[in-house]
Design a protein around this ligand. Structure first.
Ligand SMILES: [Zn+2]
Length: 350
């Protein structure tokens, strides 16, 4: 029998809820207007964890997840000349894809396009928990030569923070509170620093996460030690803007009680699909409650620019790297709440 060579890749398949397996497959070739990226690392997002456990119902058996990744251009498909990409160039990608014929209509608010999809969320598209992934060339975001390639995987979560800060127009002199000091709360802290905000408080029950957000430049508060309102009273009273990076009945109630009358609350956490809240704290007290989801294309580019000049902070955000073979146990451990303060990255290529 003639031996034949075929180029293979490996990916992490969500075999069933609660189990990721390493699978080998034939490397896909990029189509028109696409490139293939050789993935360096892919970050494990809270939404991937909740998909793995089946809690959010937004990930499906058979799916290859992964939307926070960086790597190198591996192959360039036809009709990609206008993007000026070159082989082996270090890149990340914006996973929110707007169909080409709607790009002009939704420029600047890509997340509002009803036909948009997110690579790593849409089950039918193999995504970035893999050695190789196909990405539309227009979604590729080059990384500068001095950026450690793994920092490129942090652009996506940071872009979530950048968008949230812009949704509530946090001004430099506004005192801000972030409820929840996990990766999204950490991204909001950095986005607030980008916006020049000087006084940032973070409410977080986990001590390792409190340490981390303090290293990022925020003041950490332990809501189990004393009520948030009491802690804030000692620090100048209610804040002008609160970011709820948790998104449950109790976190929204906290946000409504810690924000001044006339203040703004940004709901960026998606902990619960439905919440009950005290309507008078919005109507009578004139607080605004604003939602935030993903980012615009510009938010993503601005986050990439910030990542390129904040190497120290980015390193703080990465807690550890695991191999594809270790990914299933890392997911299981993160799902249990193992006290990991920051991001866990899966390493696919060096
Ligand atoms: Zn994510």
């Amino acid at each position: 029998m003639m031996p034949f060579e075929r180029e293979t890749m490996i990916s992490l398949v969500l075999e069933e809820i609660g189990r990721l397996v390493v699978a080998e497959d034939v490397k896909p070739a990029p189509g028109a207007g696409e490139v293939r990226v050789r993935v360096a690392v892919t970050g494990i997002c809270g939404s991937d964890i909740h998909g793995y456990t089946g809690e959010n119902g937004r990930r499906f058996p058979g799916q290859v997840m992964g939307h926070e990744a960086s790597g190198w251009i591996d192959q360039i498909g036809p009709d990609s000349e206008e993007f000026g990409l070159s082989l082996n160039q270090p890149v990340t990608f914006n996973p929110l894809v707007v169909p080409l014929d709607q790009a002009e209509n939704f420029r600047g608010r890509e997340q509002h396009c009803p036909d948009r999809y997110v690579i790593g969320v849409k089950a039918s598209i193999p995504a970035a928990f893999a050695t190789h992934v196909i990405i539309p060339s227009r979604n590729i975001v080059p990384l500068g030569p001095d950026v450690p390639v793994e920092h490129g995987a942090l652009v996506e979560p940071l872009a979530v923070g950048v968008h949230a800060v812009r949704r509530v127009m946090a001004e430099p002199d506004t005192r801000c509170l972030v409820i929840g000091g996990g990766p999204i709360g950490q991204a909001v802290v950095l986005a607030l620093k980008m916006a020049g905000v000087g006084q940032i408080y973070v409410s977080e029950v986990d001590s390792a996460r409190r340490d981390l957000v303090e290293q990022l430049g925020a003041r950490a508060l332990d809501p189990l030690a004393e009520p948030l309102t009491t802690a804030l009273d000692a620090l100048g009273g209610p804040v002008g803007v609160t970011f709820d990076a948790v998104g449950t009945d109790s976190s929204v109630a906290d946000a409504l009680s810690t924000t001044t009358r006339g203040g703004r609350i940004c709901l960026v956490g998606m902990g619960s699909p439905a919440i009950t809240l005290n309507a008078f704290r919005i109507s009578t007290d004139e607080r605004s409650l604003v939602g935030s989801f993903t980012y615009s294309g510009q938010d993503f580019l601005d986050a990439a620019e910030y990542v390129s000049r904040a190497s120290k902070e980015m390193s703080l955000l990465i807690s550890r790297e695991v191999s594809p073979a270790e990914a299933d146990s890392a997911f299981r451990s993160l799902a249990k709440g193992d006290g990991t303060p920051g991001k866990v990255l899966v390493r696919f290529n060096a």
